[in-house]
Design a protein around this ligand. Sequence first.
Ligand code: SAH
Length: 459
Amino acid sequence: MAKRQAPVVKNEIYDVTFEDLTHEGAGVAKIEGFPIFVENALPDEQAKIKVIKVNKGFAFGRLVELKQESAHRIDAPCPIYSQCGGCQLQHVSYEGQLEYKRKQVEQVLARIGKLDLNQVKVHPTLGMEDPWSYRNKAQVPVGEREGGLVAGFYQKRSHDIIDMERCLIQQADNDDVVQAVKRICEKYGIRAYNEEKHKGWLRHIMVRYGLITNELMVVFVTRTADFPHKADMIKEITETFPRVKSIVQNINSKRTNVIFGDETNVIWGEEYIYDKIGDVKFAISARSFYQVNPEQTKVLYDKALEYAQLTGEESVIDAYCGIGTISLFLAQKAKKVFGVEIVPEAIEDANRNAELNGFTNAEFAVGEAEVVIPNWYKQGNKADVIVVDPPRKGCDEALLTTILDMKPKRVVYVSCNPGTLARDLHLLEQGGYETVEVQPVDMFPHTVHCEAVALIELK
Ligand code: SAH
């Protein structure tokens, strides 16, 4: 079938009404059914736009004049919001953000998952009481300007580093430590890494923070293995911030955009800082994966645990278990938990965390969930409840097929991508499962990222 001619022309101005928001946070307007994506526009807004690019089935536009504002529109509180790109929804009231996220989940469940929204309840998004200063990890690139260092963020669509004193979604402590480390480095004449010349020493500063313990970790990512003025710098950092328990150097000598290199050495203090989610304690090293919003992580895991409906008799699988965070949460209430994860270092952390908390009913295996779990099942093992928390691309089909064969009573699906959640729910539904309810949880306020947990039961 021949594609029809686009009804819009590049560089022309149009009057439009926005209907929807994309998953990247752009407004969607339609002219004769032809979608046009416009940054910084919200559903129900009316505007004059200029079309800047026309593709085969859609176009991009730019706001020229906003004629009617959405009730959800606010002034973004952050002064660097438009330059940074780290947040995408600061121009939307928090209430509005939560509602957009719920709607996004509903839309994909209906469109991709083919679910009947009269039967599957999508609850209002669980948000934060105070949705600011939530990130427990700062990871900032370092550059140079005349007379000193800059540490902050890459300007949108570029590799220029803009200096930043305060990031509103970051724990203020993390910003304070980054600023102090920057000043201390300047004092000792430390040179920042220069991407083009592949010269200089300091590439990134990372700071991690344990919300419950208040412990801090500072990581220097450097091009070379030396550490100029080491004793003096350590002394200044630890005297300024007595809560710093660990200082680490990671060496990344490659020409790459990847932040970390392969070699990590503790140069002062402990290898780990600690944090707690609910009653479970976690050891966090420089390279461990750990959720960045610990307050909402507890909300998410409590919901997963509630959906699992454990009585103490169940055998539970936690697929894509990372450092065993969900597994250990489940181990509090299950007879036995079996966690599977592809990254060997994460499984080392998971075993350490199980020991740290005295859990003897959690076991972990390294490997692909879609290989390990089918093998485990072939050997005659079965789970009563399966929890999955896959990366953005969702579950591998081989894993879903094994779930359908194994027939656990319940599946609890924790998802960071509603689209792949919906796709996988469709497959489970076709195989005899029923999606009962879905709870979106806002793990990343002011960004477009949308997390949800679904309860799926065997019919
Ligand atoms: N449940 C954990 C981590 C979830 S992130 C938590 O809440 O902290 C998803 C995890 O899946 C990552 O740790 C990633 O390394 C892992 N992963 C990715 N592909 C995988 C696969 N095919 N099999 C098993 N684990 C995988």
